[in-house]
Write a new protein. Sequence first.
Length: 302
Amino acid sequence: MGQDDPVGEGPDGAQARRVPSASEGVVVNRLFRGTLVLATALALGFLLLPIVAIFLRVPPGELISALQSDVAKDALVVTFETNLIALALILVLGTPTAYWAATRQSRFRDLVVTLIELPLVLPPAVAGIGLLAAFGRLGLLGGTLDTLGIDVAFNKVAVVLAVTFVASPFYVRTAVSAFEALDPTLPAAARTLGAGPGGVFFRVALPLAAGGLGAGAALAFARGLGEFGATIMFAGSLQGVTQTLSLAIYEQFDLDFDVALAISAVLVATSAATLLSVKLVTRWRSTSSSPIPSVASSPLSS
């Protein structure tokens, strides 16, 4: 066998693969690290370039003045009003739902979680059509609502329902993971101290899962701010009534591009601030609070 052949004969006659030298290993590691850095830089550049372009396309002074338009002001009011109401509904209904799912192990539980997650993969147009077919005047519940004098479609109630429908899975799925991550010995200890199911939930589970619940709420809120497809199909785009920031951007795209850019900048800044604040609060809670609450400091009976 030649000297340059990388494969040699082992003591039992089998071929042995040549082991790379230390210098070759260093080169391979450097190439791998360089590839990681390059891939990360390309990914960040691709993701950040459109966002930066929004702020560089028009001078800050013009962006601020564009926000003084009636369209922008009305869209801001409608967006935050409807999203805050939707977030309250998501928290009130989604938190106990997530806790139930996290404390059950069955096929029925898996089915429930799958149905909750379904809006995540539904096209926005399908979500809008579904809401219209369910709550519109000619929908499944349309006759009942009309009898009660409740008109849902094409008003702010429709915006709230659309935002709740598309944003709730972001909160519920994150909340389920937060509750599942709890140390099971802590609720068990609380029960041995006399806590009922309600006491365990409010005095143990909620405080421990607060960081994850806050992150889920932020994701749901950010998703609601950017909702477009289901809202325009179910609620329409009426200025001052159902026209949210996303719908205003779509309308102003051809009418006044500076206004569209200004509203886009508001959405970018609000979403970034929401996500960053949650990360900071979560990190602060993890470093400044005790991981185990005092279950014996006060009565835990439900």
